[in-house]
Ligand binder design. Structure first.
Ligand code: SAM
Length: 237
């Protein structure tokens, strides 16, 4: 199984690949300021669910997805996303500025939080950004054993998340942070759906992913080290 297939099995019917509740995501979408005709860009759009919900809440917007994975890009087209670039952010022929740019958990792919913030500013006037952060200092054992050798500098702290956004010229208009219950529901659903598939099909790549997810979740620091926030950012005047 490749990474997309593992993700598809473990996420199953979950609409989003992040721990926030659907209610929190829908509230952030409803509060966005988008005129009819506004172009909305989702980088790493997955199945296009977020763009579909934005279109439903803000009729008349044009939805644009960048999604290099073929099955996810296909799913976004099936959901009715208007423009789907089956390419990476680096390859897609984008035409900024967009009224809104959405990124979910992808700043590490861009090079880190500060670089990602500059990239959002190049692409749009408003951003909806889902990003991980350290709720507390990660222990050496958590980094090595639970995250497979991750390093402390891969994520900001919560203060670093907000300070970085402000320093890059963004106003933080709204924020929603995943609760302990949100994390438990998300992590335990992924593990359970992975195990259910493995009971029928003992696929080694999926087995490795589920074992790694369990090591992360069941580590003594597994339930209070990682955080996840959804920020609504608007360019400060
Ligand atoms: C964590 S998933 C988020 C999916 C979706 N936005 C969501 O919230 O459910 C990250 C997505 O980014 C895509 N991706 C990975 N590298 C990318 C790149 N260089 N440019 C654009 N998208 C990328 C992946 O294929 C994946 O669908």
């Amino acid at each position: 199984m490749n990474r997309d297939e593992v993700s598809s099995v473990t996420h199953g019917d979950l609409p989003f690949a992040n721990p926030l509740s659907e209610a929190a995501i829908d509230a952030a979408i409803t509060a966005l300021e988008l005129e009819p005709g506004a172009q909305v860009l989702d980088i790493g759009a997955g199945n296009g669910e977020l763009l579909t919900r934005i279109f439903d809440a803000h009729p008349g917007t044009t939805t644009v997805a960048v999604e290099p994975s073929e099955p996810w890009a296909e799913a976004a087209r099936d959901r009715g996303v208007h423009i789907v670039y089956e390419q990476t952010l680096e390859e897609a022929p984008l035409d900024p500025p967009y009224a809104l740019v959405f990124f979910n958990a992808s700043s590490h792919a861009i090079g880190g939080w500060d670089e990602a913030l500059r990239e959002y500013a190049r692409l749009g006037d408003q951003a909806l950004v889902g990003e991980g952060f350290w709720r507390r200092e990660p222990s050496e054992s958590y980094l090595a054993d639970a995250l497979g050798g991750a390093t402390r500098d891969e994520l900001p702290t919560h203060d670093g998340l907000l300070d970085g956004a402000r320093a890059a010229g963004w106003e933080v208009v709204a924020e929603s942070v995943a609760s302990d219950e949100d994390w438990a529901r998300y992590e335990e659903t992924l593990i359970a759906q992975g195990e259910a598939h493995l009971a029928q099909d003992p696929e080694p790549d999926l087995r490795a992913w589920v074992d790694a997810a369990k090591a992360r979740w069941e580590h003594p620091d597994g339930k209070d080290t990682l955080g996840f926030a959804l920020l609504t950012l608007r360019k400060a005047d």
